[in-house]
Design a protein around this ligand. Structure first.
Ligand code: SF4
Length: 385
């Protein structure tokens, strides 16, 4: 549309005066802005007209004092978006929006990020599992608590590093296995405290928890556990028949594997499966009564041909040597076996279907993935953006 209106003509005139009065560094940018947003220029005729479509007034187009000008060219737009993305003073939604536009450009004028040098190729779009999963009772416990944390930790191995508690647990299991091997060979209920102490010294002697002081503190804790266990042995007169015994169980075409810390014969023909726990805070007796882990040991031991000659399981227990006296042993309730078998099947089916829905709860307090978890408000806006 031609510039017929006197007011528009005066605005253009004032704008151009200001433009040429401004420092030369910003003139090219301001001129381009003028012609892109306000005016049309016909190079064949040299005619200058107002841009069609009711362009905003020049006053509106002028950036506020001190504000950085909006980009005009695709290259400027890309640089602008990158600045917004890395600017910690920008709001999170604007930064996420900038990331979204850079990652999925709405126009071919912006570069495709996957074509940039050093860009890694896209990962497979086929899910996390590469075939039928081999499951374990501890995986089922972990999945049952939160499927999202399970897939990140146990399947994708994000932040997969063993902490000192895991290291301590592993060393104590080694000590108990070596000590109780003496009892198994001698066919007595348990090893001597002195033997267990010697083995603990050997095992912790080569351990490193991050320095001599920390290692000494963990060794002291180990010694406390061994004393608590052997000075008040929870197994009575039952005799061990297998230690660190591998168990395999087929359920609905999937293989489940586990390692029973201890299988002992309580009376002829009756077996008890024991799982040592090295933390000081046990679950409640009600939780242990319906433990997925103990249910698996009970079922798998019942189907294990190498244990059949000794008998059938009639009990499964957690032993918590570091817990208060009343909570040192927590027993599984065999009457709940059918219900827990169904639970194992359900978990296996959901893992097979790759259902990784987050399950928030008290356990989120110690979860490393809370900041990227859609179940929590602080990260939800990231998923909405
Ligand atoms: S924050 Fe909670 S819900 Fe989210 S992944 Fe971690 S444990 Fe699961």
């Amino acid at each position: 549309m031609p510039i017929l209106n006197r007011q528009d003509a005066e605005e253009v005139d004032q704008y151009i005066r200001r433009l040429f009065a401004s420092p030369s560094a910003g003139r090219a940018q301001a001129l381009r802005r003028l012609f892109v947003e306000k005016l049309d220029f016909a190079s064949a005729t040299g005619a200058v007209t107002l841009a069609a479509g009711g362009a905003p007034s020049l006053a509106q187009l002028r950036p506020p004092p001190g504000a950085s000008p909006l980009p005009i060219t695709p290259r400027e737009a890309e640089a602008y978006l990158r600045r917004v993305l890395i600017d910690p003073a920008e709001s999170a939604p604007r930064r996420l929006a900038a990331a979204e536009v850079l990652a999925r450009p709405p126009s071919a004028a912006l570069p495709d990020p996957t074509s940039l040098p050093m860009a890694v190729g896209r990962g497979p779009d086929t899910g996390v599992l590469s075939g039928p999963p081999v499951l374990s009772p501890s995986q089922a416990e972990s999945y049952d608590q939160c499927p999202r944390r399970y897939v990140l930790e146990r399947r994708l191995h994000v932040l997969d590093s063993a902490g000192p508690y895991a290291q301590f647990g592993s060393l104590i299991h080694t000590v108990l296995e070596r000590a109780e091997r003496h009892a198994l060979e001698a066919m007595v209920p348990h090893a001597d405290l002195v033997v267990a102490e010697q083995i603990l010294d050997e095992v912790f002697g080569s351990a490193d928890f991050g320095g001599p002081n920390l290692t000494a503190a963990w060794r002291k804790r180990g010694l406390r556990l061994i004393h608590s266990l052997y000075e008040d042995w929870p197994g009575g007169t039952a005799i061990p028949i297998a230690l660190e015994h591998p168990l395999v169980y087929e359920l609905d075409g999937l293989t489940w594997r586990g390692l029973a810390d201890r299988v002992e014969m309580t009376t002829p023909g009756e077996l008890r499966i024991v799982d040592y726990k090295t933390m000081a805070s046990p679950p409640t007796q009600n939780d242990a009564a319906v433990s997925i882990q103990l249910a698996f040991y009970y079922m798998a031991a019942g189907a294990d041909p190498s244990l059949a000659e000794f008998g059938q399981p009639t009990a499964a227990e957690f032993w918590f040597p570091l817990a208060d006296r009343k909570k040192k042993t927590l027993a599984f309730q065999p009457a709940r076996l059918a219900e827990l078998g169904a639970r194992l099947r359900e978990i296996a089916g959901r893992i097979r279907n790759e259902d990784w829905t987050p399950r928030p709860g008290r356990h989120c307090g110690r979860c490393h993935f809370r900041l990227i978890c859609p179940a929590w408000p602080e990260s939800r806006q990231g998923f909405a953006a």
